[in-house]
Design a protein around this ligand. Structure first.
Ligand code: TXA
Ligand code: MG
Length: 350
């Protein structure tokens, strides 16, 4: 993108971030600036949540529809409680079990949260991230940070500083580069403003872990998301989790998900004359493709957390080779893989 504005990049030690650098970032934020920073999931694009003019700039930089609400990040439970209108026992149990960590709670909004953060809705999403840089930044700025993933709307979320710059260089003031984010996919979003509580977006906290704390959790994430898509398309009602509809997390190339033999599918497309890349799960079928120099192929380990950590960087790497199609071997249809499969299936939506 042609842009003569400049994004300042500060390199930070991920475990021991430099205090003067954090103070610079805090000053930028207090002047309505935008600062991208690492969390334990993906890079976020932060603005002070109580400054509507700053939050508005997030939507402009991302090209994000204004009805899609933002997650508010805070450094501890007491600050989360200060932002919401109700703190039910389930919220306390989940916070005790999972914070700091990749879990976002949707609760009735408190009065100091501006409309622009919630998309005008009655709830606010809050989370305490587990990354030392995110926590140190939240303490330095001493204000809640609204932060979506730091990518252009509907692109792949960034897990490295270079990914943030590829989408947003010149349209944000500052980027705190602390290397790759360890989790690799986004937080789990749970709606506690409905009864029974509902999973809105599967993420790094697995259904199994959630159910240990909330046995009555409604896990219909995939079917609800599909219903949200249909309703939003009809314009019938605002979707429950507006950011989680339609094609999302998508590379430039078309993505095709296969339940059975992805390698065979890639070979068929390749022989039909398409430029093809292939993402496999586990090592078994990789050897068959290694023999075909025309197909760029990556195989990720069949362990969910390891796979998730590398997924977005791998999709970007495959996309950069310029294929017409990325053929993806879907991981097993089990609850542990729910979030990864969700992201892959969304990337494949037309
Ligand atoms: O891991 C993450 O959650 C990352 C890091 C930066 O924290 N953030 C992130 O934000 O993924 P974003 O904006 O890309 O996705 C937030 C999701 C969207 O699907 C949005 O619609 C949903 O959370 N959301 C936010 N506020 C909500 C609310 N009040 N009610 C329902 N859904 C909400
Ligand atoms: Mg996002």
């Amino acid at each position: 993108m042609a842009n003569d504005k400049h994004t300042t990049v500060l390199r930070l030690d991920p475990l021991h971030p430099d205090e003067p650098a954090l103070q610079r970032a805090a000053a930028v934020l207090h002047l309505n600036g935008l600062v991208a920073f690492p969390t334990e999931t993906v890079y976020g694009l932060g603005a002070i949540a109580t400054l509507p003019a700053a939050v508005e700039r997030i939507f402009a930089a991302k090209g994000r529809p204004p009805h899609n609400p933002l997650i508010v990040h805070v450094p501890d439970v007491s600050r989360a409680r200060a932002l919401v209108g109700a703190w039910p026992p389930a919220a306390q149990r989940l916070a005790d079990a999972c914070w700091p960590g990749p879990l976002t709670l949707v609760l009735p909004r408190g009065r100091q949260i501006p409309d622009i953060v919630t998309g005008g809705g009655p709830t606010v999403a809050v989370r305490v991230p587990a990354h030392p840089v995110a926590l140190a930044l939240l303490r330095a700025v001493d204000a809640p940070l609204a932060a979506p993933s730091a990518n252009r709307s509907s692109h792949i979320s960034p897990t490295q500083a270079a990914h943030v710059l590829a989408d947003l260089d010149g349209s944000i003031e500052m980027l705190l580069d602390a290397g790759a984010t360890p989790g690799g996919i986004e937080s789990t979003v749970v709606d506690l403003a409905v009864m029974p509580p509902r999973l809105l977006r599967p993420g790094l906290v697995t259904p199994e872990r959630l159910r240990e704390v909330l046995p009555n959790l409604d896990l219909g994430a995939v079917s609800h998301a599909a219903a949200d898509t249909a309703d939003a398309n009809d314009g019938k009602r605002p979707p429950r989790s507006p950011g989680h509809i339609g094609r999302h997390y998508a590379p430039r190339a078309r993505v095709e998900c296969c339940c059975d033999d992805a390698a065979m599918r890639a070979i068929a497309l390749f022989t039909a004359g398409l430029r093809c890349a292939c993402l496999l799960c586990g090592a078994q079928s990789a050897a068959r493709l290694a023999a075909l120099p025309g197909i760029k192929c990556v195989s990720l380990p069949a362990e969910m957390h390891v796979y998730a950590a590398q997924l977005y960087a791998t999709l970007r790497e495959l996309d950069a080779a310029g294929p017409d199609v990325i053929v993806v071997e879907l991981p097993p249809d089990t609850e542990a893989w729910l979030a990864v499969r969700d992201r892959l299936l969304r990337a494949a939506q037309e």
